[in-house]
Ligand binder design. Structure first.
Ligand code: HEM
Length: 443
């Protein structure tokens, strides 16, 4: 590892206090050690990049590879990077682990299927899912917003969008629960859950490929006749060839298609890149609003008056202020790189701390203030450069629908616990509340 003097006054990272409130530690790092060498809980040494300007540069630097094979051999061989037991598996050959030209090819193919238009057409379905979840607890006057709302909404939404049949979606809920509880670690059956998902997706993709082929043949025989379609809010896309998995199978670019393995890896990353992130955006976002009554009142009024503009801008600010992704996923130097005067040697891991960059006073006025009306809010919550979040339109749709509908339907919403008693789940990449007890006056 390249040399950097260890500073004994550096704050402790990855502790319980840090998970509860990492922002004072990030302020220290930005000021005193903007490119900082640390030992991660896994034992791997890595560089943390905390200033906004450096973070943006690092995210777009082609010398920083996403491919874990580029990690300096020693730690890599010990299997400390990635999902244990799945390192060489086909599922891991996904967008977040590859570089151009493979990344360019796969991203272009998936972008043909996962279009902003497809997401916009999905809005009525997200509204139905949101309302149904609120229906289950509205009368009760209290709920845990993580378990009963923020957790199930994204999993059902992405399952519907992908075309996972409804009767199988609770299995996904269980598998996702295992993964979120154990943060991708080796305990608690994560490897088993990943294996089940892989087998399930492979089977589903194979079946859909056959269905598409049959439908194509059938259409060739019968002409293009289409039956009556159910209302958009009730449609899951399942079985009618309109779902995202079918779109992935059909997508082609210069005659090239995704292989079944590539389609499975893509479906896997869409499920899991889009799941815990969205849970935490809704959870952290609602919590921030409940801790800032003036901002909440402003948004409540806007929602009641149908001001979609403030809802959209407000969700972006919630993402900047306390976003779900603390740290962008791994990058590895493919050659010696100097960043903010610090030399990073070939093969060394670099972690861009999005949550620190988004509170940088050099970029944002009063960065520690939640201001839903903030202008020029170019936060890095969805990353930057070629790996910019592919699911951002879906994440925005889900978070805006979830938060807007909660405020509209439960206007008396308040925190049901002392903030001191709330526990945070702080992994290396993600940060979010374990539970969010809330109350309101039921009708
Ligand atoms: C990439 C954040 C929701 C799919 C990323 C990255 C970030 C991010 C920071 C870049 C990581 C890096 O450069 O290392 C978020 C946040 C979300 C969210 C904050 C919700 C609030 C979603 C959803 C989906 C999704 C809903 C899909 C259903 C992806 C994919 C990539 C990605 C496929 C990889 C893109 C690539 O490498 O080209 N996301 N994400 N994300 N996200 Fe999201």
């Amino acid at each position: 590892m390249s040399e950097q003097p260890r500073d004994s006054s550096a704050p402790a990272l990855f502790t319980w206090e840090f998970a509860t409130d990492p922002y004072p530690a990030y302020a220290w790092l930005r000021e005193h050690a903007p490119v900082h060498r640390t030992t991660l809980p896994s034992g791997v040494d890595a560089w943390l990049v905390t200033r906004y300007a450096d973070a943006r540069k690092a995210l777009a630097d082609p010398r920083l590879s996403k491919n874990p094979q580029r990690h300096s051999a020693a730690a890599h061989a010990k299997g400390k990077v990635g999902i244990p037991g799945e390192r060489r598996a086909e599922l891991m050959t996904h967008l977040l682990n590859i570089d151009p030209p493979d990344h360019t090819r796969l991203r272009r193919l998936v972008s043909k299927a996962f279009t902003p238009r497809r997401v916009a057409a999905f809005a009525p379905r997200v509204q139905v899912l949101t309302d149904r979840l609120i229906d289950t607890f509205e009368e009760r006057g209290e709920a845990d917003l993580i378990h009963e709302f923020a957790f199930p909404l994204p999993i059902y939404a992405i399952c519907d969008l992908l075309g996972v049949p409804r009767e199988d979606q609770d299995d996904f809920r269980d598998w996702a629960g295992t993964m979120i509880r154990h943060g991708g670690g080796p305990r608690g059956g994560v490897a088993r859950a990943v294996k089940r998902i892989r087998a399930y997706l492979a089977e589903l993709i194979h079946r859909k490929r056959l269905e598409l082929a049959e439908r194509r043949d059938g259409r060739a025989e019968e002409g293009e006749g289409q039956g009556e379609r159910p209302a958009a809010g009730e449609r899951s896309g399942e079985g009618d060839g309109e779902d995202l998995i079918s779109g992935l199978i059909r997508a082609s670019d210069h005659g090239e298609h995704l292989t079944e393995n590539e389609a499975a890896a893509m479906a896997f990353i869409l499920l899991f890149a889009g799941f815990e992130t969205t849970v935490n955006l809704i959870g952290n976002g609602v919590y921030a609003l409940l801790r800032h009554p003036e901002q909440r009142a402003l948004l409540q009024r806007a929602v009641e008056e149908g001001d979609e503009g403030l809802l959209a801008a407000g969700v972006e600010e919630l993402l900047r202020y306390d976003g779900p992704v603390e740290i962008a996923t791994w990058r590895f130097a493919t050659e010696p790189v100097t960043l903010a005067g610090q030399r990073i040697a070939e093969g060394e891991p670099v972690l861009v701390v999005l949550a620190a960059a988004d509170r940088d006073p050099e970029r944002f006025g009063a960065p520690d203030v939640l201001d839903l009306t903030r202008r020029d809010n170019q936060h890095l919550g969805y990353g930057h450069g070629i790996h910019y979040c592919l699911g951002a339109p879906l994440a925005r749709l889900e978070a805006q629908t979830a938060i807007g509908t909660l405020l509209r339907r439960l206007p008396g919403l308040r925190l049901g616990a002392d903030p001191e008693d709330l526990r945070w789940r702080g992994g290396l990449i993600m940060r979010g509340l374990r539970t969010l007890p809330v109350t309101w006056n039921s009708a």
